[in-house]
Write a protein that binds this ligand. Structure first.
Ligand code: PLP
Length: 367
């Protein structure tokens, strides 16, 4: 079986450094908000090109903390792409604000600036741009709309660590960004983890307090915060992996380029190629999503060929019981994506033979 993502193999490459990192934490006797978290925050901020990175417990919290820190709440609207992973939207509604869903650009599956512009109301406070599948959203256009209407731009960069455009990385392309270090993400830890990046000193200071019960100085609470900290073991582990992220993303790009060249099937459409000249990569290929009208049949065929696939995602947020208030919405572009999308194996540890076998399996689908 060619696994969709062999996490054991991904992490095993770093075993000796990881063992040393865990030993460092054990020897220190300090487990939360210590040297490792502070060092990772410095290193991740430098990597993203921002003044600040603030570690937190997971990607959802990173986004929730940004929205809370900006004071976005009941009566406020945040525009977000309708085809995102539901966590982007939960981060908004958990603060009492209203997510306003907009259809994505069908070519890229990313937030469509033209749709954003027509959904701005007097209640709109922010635009959430999601770099879905590892592809960078059109941030120049989004920032221009935000500037025209006085809105904040929040990046959901949970799937796009290391991606960038015009020499700048995601995390530095809006007012603030949320990252996830969930094990399967391009930069994943050994459990849950997340971070906020921003150039805004006041926002960073507030989020540092909010993640620790709202405390700025011990036992002094200017805010009603939460407990959302990146623990020392996770931070130490992320410090081991961060220096390898660009190489891992380059390998993903190599695999995607080969899929793009060699998968040839009249019933299967491939994602747009990355912006080839972009350094860092304009698409870090968190997943490689192909589309076909007979998705479930292709999936069965690939399974029979020993190729594991995943659907990102089978049901759009507006069709989920959790958001019953959206059940009347008609979002045909989003619905078509969810009905047709299928992610092929993608990870930095796939070897050339495995990539070849995936290509052969897709091309041999009777379709
Ligand atoms: C993974 C993910 C999140 C949430 O991250 P967690 O660490 O799982 O909380 C948010 N948005 C997107 C687009 C994601 O893929």
């Amino acid at each position: 079986m060619i696994p969709f993502l062999d996490l054991h193999q991904v992490n095993e490459r770093f075993r000796p450094d990881m063992d040393a990192a865990v030993k460092r934490v054990l020897d220190s006797g300090w487990y939360l908000l210590g040297e490792e978290c502070a060092a990772f925050e410095r290193e991740f901020a430098a990597f993203c090109g921002t003044r600040h990175a603030i570690g937190c417990a997971n990607g959802l919290d990173a986004l929730k903390l940004i929205i809370q820190a900006y004071g976005i709440g009941p009566g406020d609207e945040v525009i977000a792409p309708a085809n995102t992973y539901i966590a982007s939207l939960i981060a908004i509604s958990a603060n009492g604000a209203t997510p306003v869903l907009v259809e994505p650009d069908p070519a890229t599956c990313l937030i469509d600036p033209a749709q954003v512009e027509t959904h701005v109301t007097p209640r709109t406070k922010a635009i959430m741009a999601v770099h879905l599948y590892g592809r960078v959203a059109d941030m120049d256009a989004i920032r221009a709309i935000a500037a025209r209407h006085g809105l904040l731009v929040i990046e959901d960069a949970a799937q796009a660590h290391g991606a960038g455009i015009g020499g700048r990385r995601v995390g530095s392309l809006g007012d603030a960004a949320g990252f996830s270090f969930y094990p399967g993400k391009n930069l994943g830890c050994l459990g849950d983890g997340g971070a906020v990046t921003t150039d805004d000193d006041a926002l960073a200071e507030k989020i540092r307090a909010l993640r620790n019960y709202g405390s700025d100085v011990k036992y002094h609470f200017p805010y009603r915060g939460t407990n959302s900290r990146l623990d020392e073991v996770q931070a130490a582990w992320l410090r081991v992996k961060l220096p390898h992220l660009d190489a891992d993303n380059a390998r993903r790009a190599e695999i995607a380029a080969r899929y793009g060249r060699e998968i040839v099937h009249p019933a299967v459409s491939l994602p747009l190629p990355a912006d080839a000249g972009a350094r860092p990569l304009s698409n870090v290929w968190h997943v490689y999503p192909v589309r076909t009208a007979r998705r479930d049949d292709l999936r069965r065929h690939l399974d029979a060929c020993g190729v594991q696939t995943v659907i990102h995602y089978p049901i759009p947020p507006h069709r989920q019981p959790a958001y019953a208030e959206w059940s009347g919405l008609s979002l045909p572009v989003t619905e078509a994506i969810h009905d047709t999308v299928l992610s092929l194996p993608m990870s930095p540890v796939l070897d050339d033979d495995q990539v070849g076998a995936v290509i052969e399996a897709v091309n041999s689908w009777p379709g």
